[in-house]
Ligand binder design. Sequence first.
Ligand code: NAD
Length: 480
Amino acid sequence: MNFTLTIDGQSVTAAESFPVLNPATEEVVAQCPAASAEQVEQAVAAAKRAFKSWKKTSREERNELIRKMGHTIEAHADELTRLITLEQGKPLANAREQEVLASVMWCHTVTEFDLPVKILEDTETHRSELHHRPLGVVAGITPWNYPLNTAVWKIIPALATGNTVVIKPSPYTPLATLRLGEIIKDIFPAGVVNIIAGGNEVGQMLSEHQDVNKITLTGSVPTGKKVMASAAMSNLKRVTLELGGNDPAIVMPDVDVASIIQPLFWFAFLNTGQVCIAIKRLYVHEDIYDAVCHGLVEYAKYIKVGDGLEEGSLLGPVQNGMQFEKVKAFAETVEKEGGRFLCGGKAEEGKGYFMPVSIAVDLNDDATLVKEEPFGPLLPILKFSDVEDAIERANDSNMGLGASVWCKDEAKAAEIAVQIEAGSVWINHHMAKKPTAPFGGMKESGIGVENSELGLAEFTNVQVIGYTKTTNATAEVQDA
Ligand code: NAD
């Protein structure tokens, strides 16, 4: 398989390349072209040139092309699905549903959001209007857990609001995003969508670039801090940072245990736990603690962890060798810090980055697995007796992305939910990310939001146009 960069409407090769591995086999899927510094410059320059005319197109013209992009992704669903499984590891069904078809749905839904002109004042003497203007060149930097979806979440709101884009995927999973560039490049005028691959240094170049007006990053907290510093020190570019999470879930004693086992399991282990908004700390009331632990461990026995291409695999490998080492190191802390595994805890021998579903108990609140985000299939279950105490423990984190409350009594659940410091709190659910709901983190989980009209507005500058209706404007200025 050959892949190209998309720069200024052209498919281009690169002098250098790097291998992309299949995490299930550690075999090379393909060589990925690595953009040179000159090609990064060319991509930004193309986006800057294209912005001059793209910003003048109507919203309806842009929407039409975005919908076309949705249809094109759908037409290539089989190929993109397979590519995602090969490079990312997730099972085919998940790649199709959660990345490819979700991207299609997002393309159609975002076109329905609008940022109409708002009349702020309209009196006999004055009228003022609030407009949204595009920013210019937007650089989107994406992680390796949902490569295609995350790229699409950045491309469409940026384009819909009249910006042009340069996308840089993670070096671990660049292929589906490069393929996306190849299949959509003829839909848009040259330079409107540019896709370049490379290492972290390419992300840094974009963050520091004087002609990039906004960075939208999905990644880790340390990378977010670096990007924000580069953005500030270059041209004060706008940032939206979707960063890490250490989501707590609080399970109250009135729940029907049998009915929540499956959802709790999947909200913790989907995508092998490599989801920013996976449940990463499970606080369970002491009355039902043993039943919940038992239910999760029993359910885990039916879950096949394997190559995402294989029939029956429900969870894939950890996505890359670096992350695999990190997950193993997290697992090693459990017994050292007084905990024990009810299941899993030890990586599989042999080829591929396979870690079984691992559920740990008896850990203190200051244990590594509780304090930090493992981003893998490791879940600590923690006991509580007093809900106020559980809320305090849930909030004792530098992160605040998602959270959930599991409780039959909805009024009680709502009372708990509003006290949790997280950008999204779901009741009797988790991970319900929707195009209509603003998504973002509190504390170090990020800055700004994606999705909905609020997310769209983040790709714009606010501009107020003020009219003076009196014939005596000069006198007014003097009065002031
Ligand atoms: P990462 O921060 O290592 O990398 C993310 C992207 O940033 C990659 O494309 C990388 O090349 C680039 N990058 C790295 N250093 C850079 C720099 N100095 N300047 C500019 N770009 C740079 O993250 P990852 O390991 O790919 O992803 C896992 C993390 O992402 C986890 O912490 C997870 O919680 C988080 N995440 C957050 C969300 C969200 O929506 N909040 C979603 C998915 C993943």
